[in-house]
Write a protein that binds this ligand. Structure first.
Ligand code: DGL
Length: 268
């Protein structure tokens, strides 16, 4: 790939939607002075019900587009669905370091007291070969239950143009786990970055002591590995979206409040 050497360097955050925001805010606290690019593949949202081949192809196209405009020094796939499905392929295609966020079963297994762990994620994440292997490896230590949370993800994706009531309403999908502590998870993995935006609401919904695992610690450990090579001259943080729609106009305001100044549509 031909890259112009005078390009702006940046750390890339990738998600199908706004789930990358809590990841970006965490990374930004560690590296406040560098340049960020955020890809929101809103045209393909949600990834969770798409085929693996579509998701991989799509992410490669989006990142390729941005890498022609900016020199990416580190790409953070801030989407569990994209990470479990595409990380290996992305590392084959691109030469810059790429890290992702993966449902953190290991931490959940360490914390759970009743040995029942819940996994909240998309259909694509739960059915991925990566997660199935991972779950199998831990199945002799704990019982892992899962709930596909696509409806919650859809509401969260629109949380800036909807009411908080609809966020609470959609949490009723989690009702089967609300009662009876002995046979339900005492530890729940938030296996989708959209859920990090409503961590407090999920905690309140259960109204009992529950451990919520946000899966960020492994990601952060990996970011620290690249600490020395992460530097850039501060320019303008840019959001690249894949389709102009009404919702994007609202999101532009949200992104402005968290330090983004440039907004650009990329066609894939
Ligand atoms: N934030 C993505 C994840 O972590 C959302 C999935 C989707 O687009 O369906 O899985």
């Amino acid at each position: 790939m031909k890259i112009n050497k005078n390009l702006v360097t940046s750390v890339l955050i990738f998600d199908s939607g706004i789930g990358g925001i809590p990841v970006y805010l965490t990374i930004k606290k560690i590296f406040p002075k560098i340049n960020y690019a955020y890809i929101i593949d809103n045209d393909s949202f949600p990834y969770g019900d798409k085929k693996n081949s579509f998701i991989v192809d799509r992410i490669i196209k989006c990142i390729y587009k941005v890498h022609k405009k900016q020199k990416i020094i580190l790409a953070i796939i801030a989407c569990n669905t994209a990470s479990v499905i595409s990380l290996r392929k992305l590392r084959e295609v691109f030469s810059f370091p790429i890290i992702g966020i993966i449902p953190d079963i290991k931490s959940a297994v360490k914390i759970t007291k009743n040995k029942i762990v819940g996994l909240l994620a998309t259909k694509a994440t739960i059915n991925s070969a990566y997660m199935k292997r991972f779950i199998k490896n831990f199945s002799s230590y704990v019982i892992i239950r899962n709930i596909i949370v696509s409806d919650i993800i859809n509401v969260v994706e629109n949380m800036f143009n909807t009411t908080y009531q609809s966020v609470y309403k959609t949490l009723s999908i989690l009702s089967p786990w609300i009662e009876d502590r002995t046979s339900n998870p005492d530890t729940i993995i938030l296996g989708c970055t959209h859920l990090l935006l409503i961590k407090k609401e999920i905690k309140n919904f259960f109204g009992r002591k529950i451990n919520l695992i946000d899966s960020k610690s492994d990601l952060l450990k990996n970011v620290y590995i690249y600490k020395k090579s992460i530097f850039s001259i501060k320019k303008k943080n840019t959001v690249y979206y894949t389709k102009m729609e009404e919702r994007i106009k609202i999101l532009i305001q949200v992104f402005k409040e968290i330090g983004f100044e440039k907004f650009e549509e990329i066609f894939t």
